[in-house]
Design a protein around this ligand. Structure first.
Ligand SMILES: Nc1nc2c(ncn2[C@@H]2O[C@H](COP(=O)(O)OP(=O)(O)O)[C@@H](O)[C@H]2O)c(=O)[nH]1
Ligand SMILES: [Mg+2]
Length: 260
């Protein structure tokens, strides 16, 4: 068989290589730590560990930077990042994005922690701005639910309940009853740090950097950008409004860059 023929036939079998992100659709990539229940049980404080959270933030920053994202949200062992509508890296190839996102996250977390850790990755596509808002409100609601469960679970374990008994008891409680359970043990759930309850948001912000030009002997200012961390995210509608503003601003500056 001629090499060109073999080459063409083999390439058609790279079946998913043709798949692209839908043009004009919003794309969000979510990476999630693989088997992090075991990893965190062995190496980190329960139910929350500031060191673990810092490794997740470093990982989130790497994703925001590598993929030129607009917004990153992290809670527990997962990170979601939003791409600009007109994102064009890798010709919008699905395979590249999903594999590199997991690769970048795994490398960044491993580098931060100093031990190997792996992430999986999936892609969400949404046609409307409101879908994006709903997505992040969905993940935040998940954060809140998991944080409340995790707090209750470890409170019960710390007073001597077995894993099975603690889980069984929690399964029968409503949200309000879980808060009451914590209050009985002198824990005010709403007073816990924001990152533990509702996750953390990261986004680009601009700032003015002052300098000095020795040639002209004048002071200079340059507009630079850096990553901001929001550890006290609002909830519900207020979170939605924050996201709308952030997306509008980022999309507007992308338009200017594309025209310029
Ligand atoms: N000890 C500890 N565990 C955490 C922390 N953040 C997330 N986790 C755990 O990470 C796990 C994430 O859940 P999930 O992705 O469903 O589990 P996986 O499939 O084993 O990765 C849960 O078991 C959480 O309790 C933390 O700060 N400390
Ligand atoms: Mg996980």
């Amino acid at each position: 068989m001629k090499l060109e023929t073999l080459d063409a036939r083999m390439r058609t079998m790279e079946y998913f290589h043709q798949v692209r992100l839908l043009p004009g659709a919003w794309a969000i990539v979510r990476v999630d730590g693989r088997a992090f229940s075991r990893l965190t049980a062995e190496h980190f404080e329960k139910p929350f560990d500031g060191r673990f959270h810092e490794h997740m933030l470093k990982t989130a920053e790497a994703l925001l930077t590598e993929f030129e994202g607009l917004y990153v949200y992290t809670e527990s062992d997962e990170i979601s990042f939003l791409l600009p509508r007109a994102w064009s890296q890798f010709d919008r190839e699905w395979e590249k994005l999903v594999s590199l996102a997991a690769g970048v996250a795994s490398a960044a977390f491993t580098h931060a922690w100093g031990k190997p850790a792996h992430f999986d990755s999936r892609i969400w596509l949404g046609p409307r701005d409101d879908d994006v808002i709903d997505y992040f409100r969905w993940r935040q609601a998940d954060a809140l639910r998991c944080a409340l469960n995790g707090c209750c679970y470890w409170t019960l374990r710390n007073v001597g309940e077995t894993p099975h008994a603690a889980e069984r008891r929690l399964a029968q409680l409503t949200t309000e009853e879980k808060r009451a359970l914590l209050a009985e043990h002198a824990i005010d759930f709403d007073a816990l740090p924001g990152w533990q309850r509702v996750g953390t948001g990261l986004f680009w912000e601009t700032y003015e950097k002052r300098g000095f030009n020795p040639k002209t002997q004048t002071e200079t200012t340059a507009v630079r950008r850096r990553i901001a961390r929001e550890e006290n995210l609002p909830q519900g509608d207020a979170y939605g409004q924050m996201l709308v503003k952030l997306i509008d601003r980022a999309e507007a500056s992308n338009q200017v860059e594309r025209r310029g």
